[in-house]
Design a protein. Structure first.
Ligand SMILES: Nc1ncnc2c1ncn2[C@@H]1O[C@H](COP(=O)(O)OP(=O)(O)OP(=O)(O)O)[C@@H](O)[C@H]1O
Ligand code: SF4
Ligand SMILES: [Mg+2]
Length: 347
């Protein structure tokens, strides 16, 4: 495959297997299965899916924190497995809990300056100036430099964590569930802040969340993950209409509290065919036999045998209630599903 140097980060047919459990009871889990993604400069790719679908694993692969079991990860066209020194400061992450990024014993000014000190960028006076400027950019008063993380609100702490991530002017930033622990009004402020900072500074971003509405709002393109696979990859604007993949459709329904389209409860993943088959309300016989590959349907990739089936896809079908959903009509609308388990090998 040819490498596109227009991408900041590129995942090329990447799979990741974790091996866990004690020696006498080893279990392997395919957390990521044959994923190919690209993020260009100034672009945000959203990654959405339920808990355990592999989102953080993709983030960690993109940052070079872990190596893929198969496939390649490239930063600016170069394999991420080498050149650790040159890429320092170019890749950053902001995580769900600021406490994971901020040392509780360090004042916020020192936390934000720390990446510059580690990389030996500038003298201490330059660093102090850069920290004050960066805190201003994320909407914090200069006096925050003197405070400890526990003296700030959750939203302010997340702003400090963002300032710390951006102080080295990275080329690529992973935002992993950064608004999940915040209340709704603060969530909106942080989402707007991320959008503004990206427009001003031009970094590429991977925005990870289990909430489709947040992902759609900040991202140019959205990848929907289920059980380690990308099942739909669409421009954000295309996800305001009915999605082609039933899993995406269920996320859409959950994001507006619509109880008319739900998946069945989680089970073990099937050994063959589409991984969603046991939960999919529109599955047909072929689904349990043939694994659906991503293919272009209505202008974007979808992995579903029925994605272009007129009985299912399209706005008229979107309004229809699939038969199995009618039986489950009394279930709560929330899209809260138990994590799935995999005993299956990587496809
Ligand atoms: N270090 C690890 N060792 C073993 N298994 C792991 C490890 N990290 C993740 N997993 C497993 O890999 C799968 C994907 O996990 P991952 O954390 O990437 O999902 P996620 O989509 O980020 O979930 P969440 O929304 O809960 O953060 C899960 O089955 C998880 O249990
Ligand atoms: S391939 Fe079949 S089981 Fe899988 S999402 Fe499509 S309809 Fe559902
Ligand atoms: Mg995660």
């Amino acid at each position: 495959m040819t490498t596109s140097v227009t991408s900041v980060i590129e995942l090329d047919d990447v799979s990741l297997r974790y091996v866990r459990g004690p020696m006498w009871q080893r279990e392997s889990v395919w957390a990521v299965r044959r994923v190919s993604l690209q993020v260009g400069p100034g672009q945000t790719l959203g990654l959405v899916g339920e808990s355990g679908s592999g989102k953080t694993s993709i983030g960690r692969l993109s940052l070079g924190i872990i190596s893929p079991t198969a496939g390649r990860v490239r930063l600016l066209g170069r394999d991420l497995s080498g050149g650790a020194r040159e890429r320092r400061g170019q890749l950053q992450v902001v995580r769900q809990h600021p406490a994971w990024s901020l040392n509780p014993r360090l004042r916020c000014g020192s936390s934000v300056a720390e990446p510059l000190a580690i990389l030996r960028i500038g003298r201490s006076t330059d660093r102090r100036k850069a920290v004050t400027e960066m805190l201003g950019l994320v909407g914090l008063d200069p006096e925050v430099v003197q405070r400890f993380p526990h003296e700030l609100s959750g939203g302010q702490r997340q702003r400090v964590a963002i300032a710390r991530a951006l102080i080295t002017s990275p080329r690529f930033v992973v935002f992993d569930e950064v608004v999940s622990a915040l209340d709704v009004s603060v969530q909106a402020q942080i989402l707007n802040l991320i959008k503004r900072l990206q427009q001003e500074r031009g970094f590429a971003a991977l925005f990870i969340s289990h909430e489709l509405a947040a992902v759609r709002y900040v991202s140019h393109e959205v990848a929907v993950m289920y059980a380690g696979e990308i099942v739909e990859l669409a421009q954000s604007r295309d996800l305001y209409g009915p999605a082609r993949h039933p899993y995406t459709r269920a996320l859409q329904a959950a994001s507006i509290g619509d109880p008319t389209f739900q998946l069945r409860d989680a089970t073990d993943l099937p050994a063959a065919g589409c991984l969603l088959t046991p939960r999919c309300p529109i599955a047909v016989a072929a689904c349990s036999e043939l694994h659906p590959e991503l293919r272009n349907v209505a202008g974007h990739p979808v992995a579903c045998h029925r994605a272009d089936d007129p009985k299912w896809s399209g706005s008229a079908a979107a309004a229809a209630t699939p038969p199995s959903v009618a039986r489950d009509g009394d279930r709560p609308a929330a899209f809260a599903l138990a994590p799935t388990r995999s005993a299956r090998g990587c496809p």
